[in-house]
Design a protein around this ligand. Sequence first.
Ligand code: MG
Length: 256
Amino acid sequence: MIELKTEDELRVMREAGQIVGQTLAQIREMVRPGLNLLAIEQFVRDEFKRLGAKETFYQYTPDKRRQPPYPSNICISINDQLVHGIPTDRELQEGDVVSLDLGATYKGFVGDAAITVGVGIVSAEAARLMETTEEALWEGIHAARSGNRLNDIRGAIEDRIRKSGYSIVRGYGGHGVGRRMHEEPHVENVRGRFAGPQLRPGMVLALEPMVNVGGPDTEECADRWTVRTKDGSLCCHFEHTIAIREGREAEILTLP
Ligand code: MG
């Protein structure tokens, strides 16, 4: 797990995070019925070029034998798609619930964040799902204090989701992030049997609750990337990259 050693490193991580946060904020403004997913992918490429950021997701693969390299710069997952949706020639429709997950590498450091937004007017259920998932992320961030344990974050996220009656996705979750996108530790969105590592100033984590309206099970699609709910129910995903700070709340690095 990365522990930032200097203010300089923190400053660069902040810059990497802001590139992600600001790009996502602009995409949020673009979202409307009729928007083609490939236009979003092109927007990300143009922004990265303009800002001097390097792609993080493009060509990423944790295991070449199991999955082809990821073909895009952003993950766009719609309705029953939870994460890792590949942008295709598809248009957003009124009522869609769309998760936008973006990573950028800047001066050797990675920022990683995701938002879920409704397209036009969405159902009451979709609105409640998005509110629940975003609040679970905030509960996790509030628990991410120096001296606490990793399990405090996991438990805070779990408790908020349980209160809603929705299902918590297992097997996917947050992670350490720094010079690489995925570092130790993995952050499941439920409590573990052990308290886990103590949180120390300079640690950087990506927290990402994932919530299903129906059952908790998911499956991988034929493209080997897109993950969707097994029962076809609506799902949601929010993510921020945060840095643990001494004597105060964690700093959110991926705010716009
Ligand atoms: Mg992530």
